[in-house]
Design a protein around this ligand. Structure first.
Ligand code: ARG
Length: 464
């Protein structure tokens, strides 16, 4: 057992207690952030005259040496230390002696861990954003290539009106774009540095918190030292954003699974992204989509876990908060994996445009347009709705579709019908006449794509 405290204790910690309390097994993930934070801290201590220049140099050299050795695999982060902070400090003292004992001046593990976690989450916000940008690029490319790939659109999973693949994909583009922008907002809100809050009441040392914050690229220091060590809102916000990403991916997965089914055959998932069955030789299963859908619960779980952990905590730091780490780490890895795999599956997927178009032709997806045709000839919409309802029933009894009826049959149902009805209810007209912005008509879609292309290019070239 190696711990940073013990002076006021008369007994060794019970072995089980020690292990229950220790966090090294998972907070070793914060190793780099811990070193980065400590370097910034001691550089500030020296600037403020709290430690000497020689001491600062020795500490920085010691810390960079430890980082190098761990990265090279020459120094292992082992379980005999209570947490990553104890490990780094113990190694430093081992290497540079007494100067190392000054590193923790004006600091507590409470503000230290708050900083480490914030640095980690801040970095991951950017990594998840990058994964989203890749997926957005794939979705937009599919949109650009499928402006006239007609397909049925659904409500209640019943064929409703015809649309295009570009339009359907565009819905997901908007979802993932909002996810991306949500992450940018979170980044801005969280980018304040808690270091210098001490245990919770600040310190009596003349720290320059704004300077430490600037060394690590923060907007500035946090403004209440109690809140600084007690705040995990940014983790909750991030997990909430991750949950929303998973919700979107899961809906998309559900559609991929449906479209890939034998009944639909709208798409063919690439062999590289499908799996087979151990018993049924003919099977090719959409396991990736199913797993992405399945892992959604796990990410929601992380969000609910931290919300629950935090709900009853008095100010300021409580050890309960150590529970913020494992679930957060797991959720982040899960989302990054799911985004990358989904992107791979989507970019290699084949769209069966003929099957989609044929599917859009039946199921009376042009019924709304047939009603609008009558409205255009002075029939009130409610009456037109009734007439087309009867027309659909007539077609169903005869096992046919509106555009296959003769003009005479049409006129028997309503004398208002004329020869131009056929053109008005053709698949192409139904889609291409929907031209208000946000709709599937080609000219509207081109405008939408242009706006989204600009959005994506801006973020792809923006340096962060
Ligand atoms: N392992 C702790 C955590 O993750 C670090 C902070 C410990 N602070 C304390 N007062 N015991 O929250």
């Amino acid at each position: 057992m190696a711990q940073l405290w013990g002076g006021r204790f008369t007994k060794e910690t019970d072995e089980l207690v020690y292990r229950f309390n220790a966090s090294i097994l998972f907070d070793k993930k914060l190793f780099e952030q811990d070193i980065e934070g400590s370097i910034a801290h001691v550089v500030m201590l020296e600037k403020q005259g709290i430690i000497t220049c020689e001491e600062k140099d020795a500490i920085v050299k010691g810390l960079t040496g430890i980082r190098f050795d761990v990265e090279q695999g020459n120094l292992a982060i082992t379980e005999e230390y209570e947490d990553i902070h104890s490990f780094v400090e113990a190694k430093l003292i081992e290497r540079i002696g007494d100067a190392g004992k000054k590193m923790h001046t004006g600091r507590s593990r409470n503000d230290q861990v708050a900083l480490d976690m914030k640095l980690y989450v801040r970095g991951e916000v950017l990594k998840v954003s990058d994964c989203l940008v890749n997926l957005l690029e794939t979705v937009l490319t599919i949109m650009e290539n499928n402006l006239t790939t007609y397909m049925p659109g659904f409500t209640h999973l019943q064929k409703a009106q015809p649309t295009t693949l570009a339009h359907h994909m565009g819905a997901y583009f908007e979802m993932f774009k909002r996810d991306f922008l949500r992450l940018s907002d979170i980044y801005k809100r969280m980018n304040y540095c808690p270091l210098g809050a001490g245990a919770f009441a600040g310190t009596t040392y003349p720290l320059d918190r704004a300077y430490t914050a600037s060394l690590m690229g923060f907007e500035g220091p946090t403004l209440n030292s109690m809140d600084s060590v007690a705040d995990r809102d940014y983790i909750i916000e991030f997990l909430s954003a991750l949950s929303t990403i998973m919700m979107h991916l899961s809906r998309f997965s559900e559609e991929v699974i449906i479209w890939n089914s034998n009944e639909y055959r709208f798409i063919e998932i690439d062999d590289g992204f499908s799996t087979g069955s151990s018993i049924m030789p003919q099977k090719k299963n959409p396991d990736i989509a199913e797993l992405v859908r399945g892992k959604t619960g796990r990410v929601y779980g992380a969000l609910v876990s931290i919300l629950t952990t935090m709900k009853g905590l008095p100010l300021a730091y409580n050890k309960d908060m150590q529970e913020d780490k494992e679930v957060t780490f797991d959720a982040i890895e899960t989302v990054k994996n799911c985004l990358a795999l989904f992107d791979g599956m989507l970019s290699t997927m084949k769209f069966n445009s003929q099957v989609m178009e044929k599917s859009a032709m039946n199921g009376f997806t042009n019924a709304t347009d047939a009603a609008d045709y009558l409205v255009g000839r002075g029939v009130p919409f409610r009456d037109a709705h009734g007439i087309i309802g009867r027309l659909v029933l007539y077609c169903m009894e005869k096992n046919t579709c509106i555009e296959a009826l003769s003009l005479q049959e049409l006129k028997e149902i309503s004398p208002v019908f004329d020869a131009d009805l056929y053109e008005a209810v053709s698949l192409k007209t139904c889609v291409e006449k929907r031209l208000t912005i946000g709709g599937p008509g080609q000219e509207a879609m081109k405008q939408t794509i242009r706006i989204n292309r600009d959005f994506l290019d801006y973020y792809k070239t923006k340096e962060r």
